[in-house]
Design a protein around this ligand. Sequence first.
Ligand SMILES: Cc1ncc(COP(=O)(O)O)c(C=O)c1O
Length: 374
Amino acid sequence: MIPVCEPTLKGNELNYITEAVKSGWISSSGKYIQKFEQEFSAYCNTSYGVSCSNGTKALHLAIEALGIGKGDEVIIPTFTMIASCNAVIYAGAKPVLVDSELDTWNIDAEKIEEKITPQTKAIMVVHTYGHPVDMDKIRIIADKHGLYIIEDAAEAHGAEYKGKKTGSLSDIGCFSFYANKIITTGEGGMVVTSNEKWAEKAKSLRNHYFGHPRFLHSELGYNYRLTNMQAAIGLAQLEKIEQLVNARRQNAFTYNQFLKNVPGMTLPPAKEWAKNVYWMYGLLVNPDFGISMPLVREKLEAKGIETRTFFIGMHQQPAYRKNDQRFPSLHSSYPVADELTQKGFYLPSSSHLTKEQIIFITDTIKEIYHENKQ
Ligand SMILES: Cc1ncc(COP(=O)(O)O)c(C=O)c1O
């Protein structure tokens, strides 16, 4: 089976983690944490990095660092992974859903203003599957209404908007380092920002808000700490980030080359202002392909090719719908998100995928198409 995604761990990961164990620094202090935070935030072109135990917690820390909580509203795309929405709820705020646009699969800026109320405090954008959001449009709306912008860049390490890195395109950015991400720490996350006050607040929240004296806590905090062992892996990954990003992009170009003439397949977005890092290589299966997306996936699976469906919109989630008083935007319609869910899936996307594997996968897709046309 060609897996949908695997980490590429072929550098100093084992050396650094061994060194961390030998040094005895295996919890959340140690040289790798500091180095990883400094180097990853510098990579994003931001001044501060606050590591934490996963991307969901990075989002939670970012929202609370901005002072957003009970009674506040945060605008998010309904088409996202549930962590973006859960983080808003964990902070006690209300998610307000907005549909996406078909040509980038990201939040539709044209549909944001109608959702803004006096309670709105922030717009959270998600750079879906590695393609950045058109941030200038978001910035105009945020400035007009005095809103913060939060980037959920969990899927977009190294992606660029008009030459600037994700994570630096807003007030505060959040990354995940889960094993399927472009760089990984196993589990892990980071908040990046150039605002010292928010970085300090995120740090305090991450570590129980220890104070002066140490065991006097002025705010409710959490244990969301990353370990030195995880940061050791992260640092080794960071040494190869350009290679990993380039490999993801090259794989996508190869997929494009072999799929561009297949009728009924929409290839992933690539706007002229965007550097898409193709965290996952997504496709839409349209009616003129002849068979539906689930059937295509089934046939690929039978040939040993693992795939995944796109997200299911937040407005469709049973976990939220049974609690819908808190969350009225669940009941609007989100036709683009629904269309993406119905048609979208992604192909194997590991950085170390080979050209031969991509040719096998794309040949199989072409066979499925022709089989069906006979
Ligand atoms: C868009 C998005 N946001 C947030 C997360 C959460 O990250 P984590 O799994 O590290 O908590 C993910 C994870 O896959 C994601 O895809």
